[in-house]
Design a protein around this ligand. Structure first.
Ligand code: DGJ
Length: 694
C-alpha cells in the first residue's frame, strides 16, 4: 500500500510516498506535475530494480533513513540510551497533516518509544521549502546525529558546489564531482565560520547562472553544521544537513534540527539565489523599520583602531557626514582599558581615559552631524586580562589551559548568570544613550562544539531585541564568520568580510549573493592602500564595489584627496538615489564569457529598471572585451541603457562605441541574446550600466 502527499507552487512539486506504512520518501522534487498526476504510479515507477549483489528489496531512502532497515548509507538518526546502549530506530507512519502549504509527518518507533516529526513548509512566493525534524522520547537520550528531513540528490547532476573560505576570503565555491561515497562537510568550531558556510548547490547537467535546473540548500544554524552528500552503491543520492554531530552534550527527551531551507530552480543558479535573497529579506530578517532607507554607514575601525581620541573622532565624523554617511559606528576600543586586543573584553564600561565625560559628547556630535550612532560589542567573549575574568574565571567556556584565540576565551552562554550579566551591561548603555545600532562581533571559534552555547547566544539576542526593538544588529565574526539564516533571524546586517579590498570583495559579494540580498550585506569603501591585502586601488573601483551592496565607508576620511572626495560623494549620492529599489532588487549573476569579468545585474522587483555592475578583475586573455548578455528582461520590451560612469573610460579605449556617447535603446531580446560590448578597461575597474524599461 502506498500513501502519498504533495506540496505545490507555480515553480515546483514536492511529492512524498510512504510504502506499507513505513517512513515516507521524497519520490519527486522538481518542475510542477499536473494536479491529477497519479503519485502512487509515480512512486511505483521510481522504485529501483533488484539484481545480483543486492538485498531482495531496496531499503527506502526515506526522510529519515533507518540503519535498522538495512539502509546502505548514512542514517538520519544516531542515538543512544542514557546508559550508552545504541538505539536503532525503525519507524512506522503514525500521523500526517497536510494544510495549506505545509505538511507534517509523524512516525513512531513503539519499541523504543521514539517519535520522529518532520515538517515541510513551502512558501509559494519565494519558492523556498523550510524543513525541520524533531525527535522525542519518553526518557532522556544521548543524541549523536539528527538530520533535517533527508532529500534525494539529483540524478542528472554531475557535480555539487559547497562553500569554503578564510578570513578575508569568504564564500569560495568548491566544485566536487558526484562519485561513489560521501562528500562530507562538518564544522566543529561551534561558530558558522568563514570556512564552512552551511550551503550546497546542486546544478543539473549544463546549468549556468542563468539557465538550467538547479537545487540549493542552506542550514539556518549558527553553531556549526554537518552536511552529507552521499552516492549509494545502488546509484541513489541523498543529502543530509543537521547540527554538527555530538553537539548536544547532555541527555534530553526532545531534540530538533534548525530549518533546512531548500530551493528548486528551473532557471539556473539565479533561480535559487533570488529565492534565498527574497526569503531572507522578506521572511526572515526582523527589520526594525522595513520602509526606512538603509543608511550609509561610517565605521571607524580602519581609521583609528584602538586609538580613540574624542577630537579626532569628531573630526572624522564631520567629514564622513560630509561625504554622505548617515550612521556612525564606534568600533572596538571604547571600553575597559582596551588599547589593543589583549585585554578588557567583557568589561563593558566606557573607558574614562578616552571618554572622560562618557560617550555623550561623541554621540551628540554625531547626531549634530545628522548621523545616527552605533556601537561595537563582542558579548560572547572574555579576555583573561579583564575584571570579569578575575571575578568569575568559571564563566569562561572550556579548559583553563585552552588555546586562546585573539587572546580571548568564549563565555559560557548556557549559564543564565552570564546572559544576565551581559544583558545588564548592554542594556545599561542602550538605556543611557540614543544608540540604534550594535555591531555584534564574535572573533574566535569555541573550544568545542556545543549547541547550548548557540542557544544561549540566541536567547541573549532575543531578549535584547524584545526590549530594544528599535536597535539594529549587525552580525560580525572577524568579518563573515557568522553568516547564516539562524543569526539573520535576529539581526539585520552581516559584515561580509574584513577585507575592504574591492577586488577581493567583488568575488566574495558575487558568491555570497547566491544566498544574501543586498539589503543585509555590508560593503565599505576602505583605505586607498588596503590594510588586509596591501593592494592599492583607485577610489572609483572601491566606491562602485561598495555601492553594489549596503554601502558604507571605513577609511580615515582625512586621507582622501579632493578627487577622491568628489568621486565618493558622487557615487554615494548615486547610491542614495537608487537604494529605494536596489535594496529590494534581485541580484542576478551574469554568465560573463570573459573569465576576468565578474558581472551581475540587479533587477528591480517590478522589472522596470536594472543596473549592471561589470567588474574587471584581471586583464583579459583576448584583446577586446566580449559582449555581456543580460538576463530576465522582457524580450519584447525596449530598454534605454546607459553607461553611468562612461567618463571613466580609459584613453586606451579608442573605438567609437555607442555606449561611450550616451544611452542606447534595445529590446530585452537583443540585450539577452546578443548582449552589449563594454569599452576596453583597465583591470580593477567597474562599468556601471543603468537600464530602464521604456
Ligand atoms: C573584527 C571585525 O571584523 C572588525 O571589523 C573589527 O570590528 C574588529 N573585530 C574589532 O576588534
Amino acid at each position: 500500500m502506498i500513501k502519498t502527499w504533495r506540496l505545490d507552487d507555480a515553480r515546483q512539486t514536492l511529492a512524498l510516498a510512504a510504502r506499507d506504512g513505513r517512513c515516507p520518501e521524497v519520490v519527486y522534487w522538481g518542475a510542477p506535475l499536473p494536479q491529477d498526476e497519479d503519485l502512487c504510479a509515480l512512486a511505483a515507477v521510481t522504485q529501483l530494480d533488484v539484481t545480483g549483489g543486492m538485498l531482495d528489496q531496496n531499503p527506502d531512502l526515506s526522510i529519515c533513513p533507518e540503519a535498522a532497515r538495512s539502509f546502505p548509507g548514512q542514517p538520519g538518526i544516531i542515538v543512544r540510551r542514557e546508559d550508552g546502549t545504541p538505539l536503532l530506530p525503525q519507524f512506522t507512519l503514525a500521523d500526517d497533516a497536510l494544510q495549506d502549504n505545509s505538511l507534517k509527518i509523524v512516525c513512531a518507533d513503539l519499541l523504543n518509544s521514539l517519535t520522529y516529526t518532520a515538517v515541510f513548509a513551502l512558501d509559494p512566493q519565494t519558492h523556498v521549502i523550510a524543513m525541520t525534524a524533531q525527535l522525542d522520547c519518553d526518557r532522556p537520550l544521548h543524541l549523536h546525529w539528527l538530520a533535517a528531513p533527508v532529500l534525494p540528490g539529483a540524478q542528472s547532476s554531475d557535480e555539487m558546489v559547497d562553500f569554503a573560505g578564510r578570513w578575508c576570503g569568504e564564500f569560495q565555491m568548491n566544485r566536487t564531482p558526484w562519485s561513489a561515497g560521501i562528500r562530507y562537510r562538518e564544522n566543529r568550531t561551534g561558530r558558522t565560520g568563514h570556512e564552512h558556510f552551511p550551503g550546497l548547490m546542486v546544478p543539473c547537467r549544463g546549468a549556468t547562472n542563468t539557465s538550467g535546473e538547479a537545487f540549493a540548500f542552506h542550514y539556518g544554524w549558527s553553531g556549526g553544521h554537518r552536511m552529507i552528500a552521499e552516492e549509494l552503491p545502488d546509484g541513489r543520492r541523498q543529502i543530509q544537513f543537521g547540527h554538527a554531530a555530538r553537539m548536544e552534550t547532555a541527555p534530553a527527551r526532545s531534540f530538533s534540527t534548525a530549518p533546512l531551507y531548500a530551493v528548486y530552480s528551473s532557471d539556473g543558479l539565479n533561480g535559487c539565489a533570488v529565492s534565498f535573497q527574497r526569503h531572507l529579506r522578506d521572511r526572515i530578517v526582523p527589520w526594525t523599520n522595513a520602509e526606512a532607507p538603509r543608511p550609509v554607514h561610517y565605521n571607524c575601525w580602519e581609521a583609528v583602531y584602538f586609538d580613540h581620541n574624542l577630537d579626532t573622532l569628531r573630526d572624522i565624523a564631520t567629514r564622513a557626514a560630509g561625504l554622505g554617511a548617515e550612521r556612525f559606528v564606534l568600533d572596538d576600543g571604547w571600553f575597559g582599558r582596551r588599547d589593543d586586543d589583549t585585554s578588557s573584553l567583557s568589561d563593558w564600561e566606557v573607558d574614562p581615559r578616552k571618554y572622560p565625560d562618557g560617550l555623550g559628547p561623541l554621540i551628540d556630535h554625531v547626531h549634530g552631524a545628522g548621523m545616527s550612532f552605533g556601537i561595537w560589542f563582542e558579548p560572547e567573549m572574555i579576555n583573561p586580562d579583564s575584571n570579569l575574568h578575575r571575578a568569575h574565571p568559571d564563566w569562561a567556556l572550556g579548559a583553563e589551559d585552552q588555546i586562546l584565540g585573539r587572546q580571548q576565551k568564549a563565555l559560557n552562554m548556557a549559564l543564565p548568570e552570564v546572559r544576565a550579566f551581559l544583558y545588564d551591561r548592554i542594556a545599561a548603555l542602550l538605556r543611557a544613550h540614543p544608540i540604534d545600532y550594535i555591531k555584534w562581533d564574535h572573533n574566535r571559534v569555541l573550544p568545542m562544539p556545543d549547541a547550548a552555547q548557540t542557544r544561549g547566544s540566541y536567547a541573549l539576542l532575543d531578549q535584547l531585541r524584545a526590549d530594544f526593538p528599535q536597535v539594529e544588529i549587525e552580525s560580525c565574526a572577524s568579518g563573515g564568520g557568522r553568516i547564516d539564516f539562524g543569526i539573520l533571524s535576529r539581526t539585520q546586517r552581516v559584515w561580509l568580510s574584513d577585507s575592504n579590498d574591492a577586488l577581493e570583495r567583488l568575488h566574495i559579494q558575487h558568491n555570497a549573493a547566491l544566498f544574501l540580498p543586498a539589503a543585509v550585506t555590508g560593503s565599505h569603501v576602505g583605505p586607498r592602500r588596503c590594510h588586509t591585502s596591501g593592494r592599492t586601488l583607485d577610489i572609483t573601483f572601491r566606491a562602485w564595489v561598495a555601492a553594489q551592496r549596503h554601502m558604507g565607508f571605513e577609511m580615515d576620511p582625512r586621507e582622501l584627496d579632493v578627487r577622491e572626495e568628489a568621486v565618493l560623494r558622487d557615487v554615494t549620492a548615486w547610491w542614495k538615489d537608487n537604494r529605494h529599489w536596489m535594496m529590494r532588487a534581485d541580484i542576478l549573476r551574469l554568465d560573463a564569457p570573459d573569465a576576468s569579468v565578474v558581472a551581475e545585474q540587479q533587477l528591480a522587483q517590478d522589472g522596470a529598471r536594472f543596473v549592471v555592475f561589470a567588474g574587471r578583475a584581471a586583464t583579459a586573455a583576448q584583446i577586446a572585451p566580449r559582449p555581456l548578455r543580460l538576463t530576465r528582461l522582457d524580450p519584447a520590451a525596449r530598454y534605454e541603457v546607459q553607461l553611468r560612469n562612461r567618463a571613466e573610460a580609459s584613453h586606451l579605449s579608442r573605438g567609437h562605441l555607442a555606449l561611450k556617447d550616451g544611452p542606447v535603446k534595445l529590446t530585452g531580446a537583443a540585450l539577452m541574446h546578443s548582449g552589449l560590448v563594454l569599452p576596453w578597461s583597465f583591470p580593477e575597474t567597474m562599468w556601471v550600466l543603468e537600464g530602464r524599461k521604456l
